[in-house]
Design a protein around this ligand. Structure first.
Ligand SMILES: Cc1ncc(COP(=O)(O)O)c(C=O)c1O
Length: 381
């Protein structure tokens, strides 16, 4: 049975990317490798909307999150970590683990971060060296207004570190314009490539901070990666196959056009929301403006275990994601990022209706979600 992956990562891999990975491996200390790695590095700058270098680590996203702490800061330095869920909490754990003096600004899951709260903490705290923020919080589907936080940091030397692991390419992200010093992403989400690569942009301010950091780094040393970047090389053996795959994925993204990629994701978000409303289900993120185009999180109907919805959907060939931490079983998350299109959303709702019906949630007319989606599609041809 053909399987449909509607999760917020890993995402479906396009045919051209899969075929690239089927090719013979080549040696990385060669011109051939360097040319492709240079092309990927330039493509990443384009996706990140930055003129600064973007390095590629052979690691999942968390490796880059940890490396941003150990490369850009020194023990005891004061930082503010803004958390709206599981992945913001990961930054809290990492900054504390590495001995930073951490001021937390945390929100209830499902709510977005408020720029005025950062302003307040900055007015109370002296000598803050960094601010950490999650662009799109995958555990809840909340999208933070990175630009508004960046504006607050204008005119300061405070480093702005942003996790856009699941945000970039399904939501607008402008590294330089939004004053982001270190933006982090991963291969397995909007980049439509298997897990295993992390991408990190580094502003001049971030590169200066690197020189002052007193924390040890070897494999994850940003300096070592930057040193080899211009010649199209990496300090150690890179995940060559994934790098080539990510480059093909970037070519596809450029061919579609980044703006069109963003528009497609917005449309998929709208279709998903229409389907959810038509089924009488409740969104986990109450304020529609706080929802991103990466995924839609839905509260499991009363008496129904969200994990059961996932399990039955998976049996029907559509994989969605469950809730995390305290929300396990209470919500389910429909991913709509990467190589996903309108038909995939339609299939997802067809299966979701069937599964809900099976679980005795029947407060909708059969086909209601499909009708709502179809009406939108026909009215917006
Ligand atoms: C927003 C966000 N941050 C961090 C991570 C962690 O990335 P990884 O699992 O690639 O280490 C994820 C992964 O789901 C994520 O969505």
């Amino acid at each position: 049975m053909q399987k449909l992956l509607m999760t917020p990562g890993p995402t479906t891999i396009p045919e051209a990317v899969k075929l690239e990975m089927a090719k013979d491996i080549i040696h990385h200390r060669t011109e051939e490798y360097s040319e492709i790695f240079k092309e990927l590095s330039e493509n990443l700058k384009c996706v990140f909307k930055t003129k600064n270098p973007v390095i590629t680590l052979t690691s999942s996203g968390t490796g880059a999150m940890e490396a941003s702490v150990t490369n850009l800061f020194s023990k005891g330095e004061k930082v503010i970590v803004i958390s709206v869920g599981n992945f913001g909490n990961r930054f809290i754990q990492l900054t504390k683990l590495h001995g930073l003096d951490v001021k937390e600004i945390s929100y209830k899951w499902g709510e977005s971060a408020k720029p005025e709260d950062l302003k307040k903490v900055l007015s109370e705290e002296e000598d803050v060296k960094g601010v950490f923020l999650t662009h799109h919080e995958t555990s809840s589907g909340v999208l933070n207004d990175v630009s508004a936080f960046g504006k607050i940091l204008e005119g300061t030397e405070i480093l702005f570190v942003v996790d856009s692991i699941s945000g970039i390419l399904s939501n607008e992200f402008k590294t330089d314009e939004w004053r982001v010093d270190c933006a982090i992403s991963g291969s397995q989400k909007g980049f439509m490539t298997p897990p295993g690569l992390a991408f990190v942009s580094l502003s001049n301010r971030a590169q200066e901070a690197m020189k002052k950091s007193d924390m040890p780094n070897f494999y994850f040393s940003f300096a070592k990666h930057l040193d080899r970047l211009a010649e199209g090389q990496n300090p150690t053996t890179p995940a060559i196959t994934l790098i080539f795959a990510a480059n093909v994925a970037c070519q596809l993204i450029k061919k579609e056009g980044i703006d069109n990629v963003l528009k497609r994701h917005k449309k998929l978000q709208i279709l998903t929301a229409l389907g959810i409303e038509a089924l009488g289900l409740e969104f986990f993120v109450k304020n529609s403006e706080d929802r991103g185009s990466t995924l839609t999180s839905v509260i499991a109907p009363k008496g129904i275990d969200g994990q059961e919805v996932n399990k039955l959907m998976q049996e029907e060939g559509v994989t969605i994601a469950g809730g995390q931490a305290d929300y396990k079983g209470k919500i389910f998350r429909i991913g709509h990022l990467g190589d996903v299109n309108e038909l995939d959303v339609i299939v997802t709702f067809s299966v979701l209706e069937k599964v809900l019906y099976k679980l005795n949630y029947r407060e909708f007319e059969i086909g209601a979600s499909l009708k709502a989606i179809q009406e939108y599609l026909i009215k917006n041809i």
